[in-house]
Design a protein around this ligand. Structure first.
Ligand SMILES: [Zn+2]
Length: 177
């Protein structure tokens, strides 16, 4: 059965916290689970997935989606992918391949950039997912529900991995300002 859960939302919405939670809730043996994250994410520790809330799990760091294949052995039943929006164009094919081999996939990703444009493969991944979990943050200005990522500095570089001083979650009203 195809089983692909996609957690998505703006920055600081707790996507990684939810991913780690689902990893920990899964009852299968640790050797049957694989966790990966993109090399671009240098936050916190190099070999683990950390949430802003302080949760962590050990993860392989990969440069692009195809690098998941050599990490798969016959024990692997579930694959967890953090920051999936950075995994490159092959990610859709890789997930399709995992699903057709009855491997469950759980992924977390930023669906929109700070200009509210779709982030890379996220729209296709949303269609591919069998379970969608949207998570929200709290607006930095008014504390209401926030689904938008606001950038505080001027830069044309799209991929700036976030810290509190560059990005903040905002509601639509305060994102537009
Ligand atoms: Zn607001």
């Amino acid at each position: 059965m195809r089983d692909f859960t996609l957690i998505f939302g703006c920055m600081f919405a707790g996507k990684t916290t939810r991913l780690i939670g689902l990893y920990n809730e899964s009852q299968i043996d640790i050797n049957e689970k694989l966790a990966v994250k993109p090399l671009i994410d240098n936050r916190y520790s190099a070999h683990s997935i950390h949430s802003h809330g302080g949760l962590a799990l050990i993860a392989h760091r990969i440069g692009k989606a195809e690098e998941i294949y050599p990490l798969i052995n016959q024990n692997i039943k579930e694959v967890y992918i953090d920051e999936i929006q950075f995994m490159g164009p092959m990610i859709v094919d890789v997930i399709g391949e995992l699903l057709s081999n009855n491997i469950k996939v759980v992924a977390a990703g930023l669906d929109k950039d700070y200009q509210n444009n779709d982030f890379g493969p996220m729209p296709i991944l949303k269609k591919l997912a069998t379970t969608l979990i949207q998570v929200s943050a709290k607006c930095k200005v008014c504390n209401q529900q926030a689904d938008y990522t606001f950038r505080n500095i001027e830069s044309d570089e799209l991929i700036l991995v976030g810290h509190n001083n560059i990005y903040e979650p905002r509601c639509l009203e305060h994102w537009q300002k």
